[in-house]
Design a protein around this ligand. Structure first.
Ligand SMILES: Cc1ncc(COP(=O)(O)O)c(C=O)c1O
Length: 422
């Protein structure tokens, strides 16, 4: 079947024809290509078109598609282990690898998605502090858990909806929203309700209002406020973990979280998630402590094997990060130059291996309000132009581009050449 036939028929059986909304090309004039195969930096659709992939499954495929070591690990594991619902050695191997190579993770618990990781980390923080309120930041996305769907980024922002019907008011009554990169907005909340605040959850480099890195003083400031008021600081590294640096965004800032969440890269492209951090907090989880969280598929052997193959390969080849940084730098420079040449209002935000090209007259994007002023129509036209030329980017202004180790100088040149024609 061709792209259009598959998509049209999918609409009969799946809402919008998709299983996750951003895939439906909301607000664009074209339908999404249906992807059939991936290899290295490329993906191929059902009509036979080839694309240089800068989505990379929204981050996980940092080694490129069908990495030989990841594929081998999946195949070999599947021969003997698919699911038991009991403990396996692979869980120990991945847990030990993460705890011994990533800072501030004494213990870890595996789950099945980023959403599960963040909602479980918040529950643990609430259980440990015996407080209910949490602070999140406008434009940050932590998954589709009810309590996070207030001024959320990603698909919520792309669809331009303030939250979501189906979320009872009670579910968000304890969610306080502060302004990203604005310490005063956080101070104000603590001054008024500090004794009730269990946790702050933050994307250290936000990737869901487009890429927007936190400022160092801001991050240190929220760390200090959490310490002063006895609140737990949760770094959501679902997207940034093993991506902006092997040791994640926390390593770029040197600010210490109490809990950290992971997903994406740590599962090598399979459904995964994890949360970890201070031993005294993690020991409050069942079966050691009273905070209940469980999962039939948590720590699934095939996921563990794929994750272990990915993170050990990255750990053994740390030079990949400088290599990918150079690719990101090349695209950033090209986009900024072309923007100047053509009088386009381009702002490029980049954290080493993830970036967003904003079409934004404001000259900078440091928070949700500034991101929202971007010209989404112009971005949409740019996206469609790039796609037709064989470059797959995020179909929304409010998502990132992800570099993988298989991207080369030639891909940067292709990107620049095509962008120049826009
Ligand atoms: C920072 C962040 N947290 C949480 C999530 C939710 O992860 P998942 O889609 O695996 O539930 C995402 C998803 O993109 C994310 O970017």
């Amino acid at each position: 079947m061709r792209n259009s036939d598959i998509f049209n028929e999918s609409k009969k059986y799946m809402p919008g024809g998709v299983n996750s909304p951003v895939r439906a090309y909301v607000g664009l004039t074209i339908d999404p290509p249906i992807i059939k195969k991936g290899s290295g930096a490329y993906i191929y659709d059902e009509d036979g078109n080839k694309y240089v992939d800068f989505i990379n499954a929204w981050g996980p495929m940092i080694l490129g598609h069908q990495d030989e070591d990841v594929v081998k690990a999946i195949k070999e594991t599947a021969e003997n282990e698919i699911a038991f619902g009991t403990q396996t050695e692979l869980e120990l191997k991945l847990a030990k690898h993460i705890c011994t190579t990533i800072d501030n993770v004494d213990m870890i618990r595996m789950v099945n998605s980023g959403t599960e990781a963040t909602m479980s980390a918040v529950k643990l923080a609430r259980g440990c502090t015996k407080r209910d309120k949490i602070i999140k930041f406008a434009g940050c996305y932590h998954g589709h858990f009810d309590g996070f769907l207030v001024q959320a980024g990603s698909g919520v922002m792309t669809s331009n909806i303030p939250g979501s019907p189906g979320v009872p008011e009670g579910s968000i009554a304890n969610t306080l929203v502060a302004k990203y990169n604005d310490l005063d907005s956080v101070k104000e909340l603590f001054e008024k309700q500090g004794e009730q605040i269990a946790a702050i959850i933050i994307e250290v480099v936000a990737g869901n209002m487009g890429v927007v890195p936190a400022k160092k003083e801001f991050l240190q400031g929220i760390r200090d406020l959490c310490t002063k008021y006895g609140a737990i600081l949760i770094f959501d590294e679902v997207m940034t973990g093993f991506r902006v640096a092997y040791k994640g965004a926390q390593s770029l800032y040197g600010v210490k979280p109490d809990l950290v969440t992971f997903a994406k890269i740590m599962g090598g492209g399979l459904p995964c998630g994890a949360y970890g951090g201070r031993r005294d907090l993690m020991e409050q989880l069942t079966p050691l402590g009273p905070v209940y969280q469980a999962g039939t598929m948590s720590g699934n052997p095939i996921v563990m094997a794929a994750g272990l193959a990915s993170v050990t390969k990255l750990y053994n080849n740390l030079s990949y990060y400088d290599q990918m940084d150079k690719i990101g730098e090349g695209i950033q420079k090209a986009a900024e130059e072309i923007g100047k040449e053509k009088g386009l209002p381009i702002v490029v935000n980049r954290a080493r291996t993830m970036m967003t090209i904003f079409f934004n007259e404001g000259g900078k994007v440091t928070n949700y309000d500034e991101a929202k002023k971007s010209d989404v129509k112009l971005y949409g036209r740019f996206f469609e132009h790039m796609l037709k030329g064989g470059i797959m980017m995020a179909p929304s202004q409010f998502e990132g581009m992800f570099i993988c180790v298989k991207h080369t100088k030639e891909h940067v040149e292709k990107f620049a050449e095509l962008m120049r024609k826009f």
